[in-house]
Design a protein around this ligand. Structure first.
Ligand SMILES: Nc1ncnc2c1ncn2[C@@H]1O[C@H](COP(=O)(O)OP(=O)(O)O)[C@@H](O)[C@H]1O
Ligand SMILES: [Mg+2]
Length: 322
């Protein structure tokens, strides 16, 4: 792989299962030490992408390099450079945190000496030194998680794949995964994280690749993607829900594309092409119509808006973080 500060390079990957074309030429590049969010609805091809990159699946066409190694030509080297979801260490309750970490290092092929010094480093980094010589059975949930994460880092994977790590988790466990992603990033590790959750991609990723039906339909930073949908939105919340149909009508006449967006049950918004001017005009017209508002605001586009404008689909899951 030519560029050394690229951790993952994907070029035109195709993969079919029978007559299902799961990937139809996926390409992207992930700079070393960054977090890439791979965002897409169910069936978009996220898992297939991750499985090709982690050498569990052989692509039909295209090339991919992970940590400089070709996934088809040199899968063994790829595997030595990565950590996959769910490979968190199973901790031995009867051992101390330090012993667990040393043991894990030994299992991963480190010499006794390297395993010990790596454990010391990680215990320091994860603020576990005080507890390091106590048995794991007495650890709090948070401490266990930190030991867990640290064990995953004993052999310093260069690239970590997390395939929908928060799907179906409760908010607290989800928070734990986010902490993990930040910890990985602090260690200079490259993270590829697939998600259906727009806000998660927004929060954690340096760059986002949006996949739909086996192709990349957009990529960039969250801000770039948002800017692409064209500026802000003017959002209107009436005091009385009965006013919503009239508001819709008035806003439709103001909106060049006629695209009025329903937001939940109590509000509507339109693209605010002229920013504050659009907002003023909305206020003026609603005032003339005698409609009383509970709230009106200009807001920046969310990734939901981006997704809607890219795919014509409403977002995958809105309930997650609200
Ligand atoms: N082993 C398989 N056999 C047949 N079809 C598959 C297989 N794996 C995935 N697919 C199909 O490939 C497409 C992409 O799937 P997947 O990569 O799992 O999507 P995602 O992870 O984004 O939900 C889907 O249409 C899925 O049904
Ligand atoms: Mg999947």
């Amino acid at each position: 792989m030519p560029v050394t500060d690229t951790a993952v390079l994907v070029e035109g990957i195709e993969k079919s299962f029978g007559d299902v074309a799961a990937l139809r030429g996926v390409s992207f590049e992930v700079p070393r030490g960054t977090v890439l969010g791979i965002l897409g609805p169910n069936g978009a091809g996220k898992t297939t992408t991750v499985n090709v990159l982690s050498t569990l699946l052989r692509p039909d066409a295209g090339r991919a390099y992970v940590a400089g190694h070709d996934v088809v030509e040199d899968p063994a080297s790829v595997r030595r450079s990565i950590m996959m979801t769910g490979q968190y260490a199973a901790l031995d309750e009867s051992l101390t945190g330090r012993e667990n970490m040393v043991l894990f290092g030994r299992l991963m092929g480190l010499s006794k000496r390297s395993a010990k010094s790596r454990a010391q480093e990680l215990l320091t980094q994860f603020d576990l030194l005080n507890a390091s010589d106590r048995r794991v059975s007495g650890y709090s949930g948070g401490m266990r998680r930190r030991v867990d994460i640290a064990c995953g880092l004993v052999i310093r994977p260069q690239v970590v794949f997390l395939d929908e790590p928060t799907t179906g988790l409760d908010p607290r466990s989800r928070q734990g995964v986010w902490t993990l992603v930040s910890a990985l990033k602090e260690q200079g590790i490259t993270v590829l994280l697939t998600t259906q959750y727009l806000e998660e991609a927004d929060l954690l990723s340096d760059n986002i690749v949006v996949i739909d039906k086996g192709t990349v339909i957009a990529d960039g930073t969250a801000d770039e993607l948002k800017a692409r949908t064209g500026g802000s939105y003017c959002e209107v919340v009436p005091v009385s829900l009965d006013d919503l149909p009239r508001i819709r009508e008035i806003l439709t006449s103001l909106c060049p594309s006629g695209r009025v967006i329903e937001e939940g049950t109590d509000r509507v918004s339109i693209p605010a092409e002229f920013g504050a001017q659009t907002l003023t005009e909305v206020l003026r017209r609603l005032d003339i119509a005698g409609i009383t508002l509970a709230d009106i605001a200009l807001r920046r586009p969310s990734l939901d808006d981006v997704f809607l404008s890219l795919t014509g689909q409403v977002s995958v899951d809105e309930s997650v973080l609200s």
